[in-house]
Design a protein around this ligand. Structure first.
Ligand SMILES: [Zn+2]
Length: 162
């Protein structure tokens, strides 16, 4: 069991060893990714944000992570959860509207109101967005990698749930 230390946040630094796509012509394409995770404890600042250097134990690349204060992290997580809730509201409203309009029998030569295609689009968008925002909010720990994309491409920072 990992007990969280007050003021510290645990993250896993993932070093992506290989990312290969095989097949695709005769057999269905399979993507095989292998990685190695290393756990780190980083200190959270009291206010604002702070940069912390992490050295990847696999390739010894020095990576910089930005760590946000607890209050800021909670606010950002709350924003994602609010966006998730709003997406659900829009989804339900658009669905109700689409069912209502779609269920009508239109008189000859009359087309659906202009809002109808928008409601269909809103259903698709919010159906995808709602769970993404929700997961984002649940997983948000206020720690992100800052390094140049060429280093970041091989690494990922993941939240660790305690
Ligand atoms: Zn590495």
């Amino acid at each position: 069991m990992n007990r969280p230390i007050p003021g510290m946040v645990q993250v896993a630094l993932r070093h992506i060893v290989s990312d290969q796509v095989s097949g695709g012509v005769v057999r269905p394409a399979t993507r095989s990714i292998s990685w190695r995770d290393s756990r780190f404890q980083v200190r959270r600042p009291q206010t604002g944000k702070q940069n912390v250097e992490l050295t990847c134990p696999v390739c010894e690349t020095a990576l910089v992570a930005e760590v946000h204060a607890e209050s800021r992290t909670r606010r950002a997580a709350a924003v994602y959860l609010v966006l998730a809730a709003l997406s659900v509201i829009v989804l339900v409203a658009a669905l109700a509207y689409a069912v209502h309009q779609g269920g009508k029998t239109l008189p000859e030569g009359q087309s659906y109101p202009a809002l109808f295609p928008f409601s269909i689009l809103a259903i698709f968008v919010t159906f995808v967005a709602a769970p993404l925002f929700y997961l984002r909010g649940r997983r948000h720990n206020g720690v992100s990698l800052l390094n140049a994309p060429m280093f970041r491409g091989k690494h990922a920072l993941l939240p660790v749930r305690s």
